[in-house]
Design a protein around this ligand. Structure first.
Ligand code: P6P
Length: 330
């Protein structure tokens, strides 16, 4: 039996290492974790509540929204809104940045999140998850706004994601290691199960949707083919794994190593995944776990966001595997 270290205690104990900490980030992370627990229950019961289908609405991304997308968004907005710990929020489900009604001038952070990534997989019991990014407000004299989110990932305060699967897991980093927790439903608490996670230096798995083959450059096709034949610099034959749910594919890559790729293609020159609340948070985590995340040209954490819903190619994983990609295709 693991020694009981809960997420809440872990967050507040880590806060003690920072004398000027006000407790705001700890409260914010604890609020997000509460939202994740509520969403986990909604996901687990969606089938019996008849909530695995579409709402009939189309979100700002031009995608049909699922009932659970809107439920998860509402949970996070409600819990974060009542926490008083952030000034503005960006959600994949909302057109514009939303300031909180209860914001005080002194609040330091803003939060971007994908409330339920991979929701198209809900009906087939494939793992889905929540992804979030915490930014420090850029100008405390100005009202919180979308401008606060226009910061590169190297300057963010914290990031994390949950996976609603066979277990509910919560992984986050505040820039001092990456830490993983598992929900114990009997306690209603996240228990520390993976302290200071590090991605393996190299792995044997590549993760990509090969349905886009015809839309990739020849150099990328040649690189991908080399992973299957072993005719690559690492002389390694990879296995293919692709769930089609970002949090599931990323979590496996973080824990077991290898490379996940959702690259640009001829139809989507800036890729499909969203920069603010998918690519930046996962790149921040991978970097803090000793791995690499690139858009194919530069580090994802060096990209200067220009819009809250902009997209970004993402190639992320073990240092050796991503460096081989960059040498072959970058
Ligand atoms: P594709 C799910 O819709 C999602 O946003 C991510 O969770 C997932 O990694 C990606 O899209 C899958 O995209 O193009 O392979 O269907």
């Amino acid at each position: 039996m693991l020694p009981i270290q809960t997420l809440t205690r872990f967050i507040y104990e880590n806060e003690r290492d920072f004398p000027d900490a006000t407790g705001e980030l700890s409260s914010l992370l604890a609020s997000i974790a509460l939202g994740v627990k509520v969403i986990a229950r909604l996901v687990a019961t969606a089938g019996v509540r008849g909530l695995t289908g579409y709402t009939g609405h189309v979100n700002v991304q031009g995608e049909q929204t699922y009932k659970l997308d809107e439920e998860a968004d509402a949970v996070l907005v409600d819990i974060l809104g009542s926490s008083g710990c952030f000034g503005s929020l960006v959600s994949e489900e909302r057109d514009a940045a939303q300031e909180t009604s209860s914001v005080s001038d002194s609040v330091k952070y803003v939060v971007a999140f994908d409330p339920l990534d991979g929701s198209s997989n809900i009906g087939t019991n494939i793992p889905v998850g929540t992804i979030f990014t915490v930014f420090r407000r850029r100008d405390m004299k100005a009202a919180p706004s979308a401008a606060d989110f226009m910061q590169p990932g190297r300057d963010i305060v914290a990031a994390g994601y949950s996976v609603y699967g066979a277990k509910t897991s919560f992984v986050y980093s505040a820039g001092y290691g990456v830490h993983g927790f598992t929900l114990d439903p009997s306690l209603g608490e996240f228990i520390l199960t993976d302290r200071d996670m590090k991605v393996p230096q190299s792995g044997d798995t590549f993760s990509i949707n090969e349905g886009y083959w015809s839309q990739w450059e020849k150099s990328f096709q040649n690189y991908l083919h080399s992973l299957k034949t072993g005719e690559n610099d690492l002389k390694k034959v990879y296995s293919g794994r692709y769930v089609g749910s970002l949090v599931a594919d990323f979590d496996r890559t973080l824990r077991k190593g290898g490379i996940f790729l959702h690259p640009a293609n001829t139809k989507r020159p800036r890729g499909k995944l969203r920069l603010l609340y998918e690519c930046i948070p996962l790149a921040f985590i991978m970097k803090n776990a000793g791995g690499i995340a690139t858009d194919g040209k530069i580090a994802v954490t060096d990209i200067e966001p220009q819009a809250i819903h902009e997209r970004c190619p993402l190639i992320v994983g073990s240092t050796e595997d991503v460096e081989m990609f960059l040498k072959a295709v970058g």
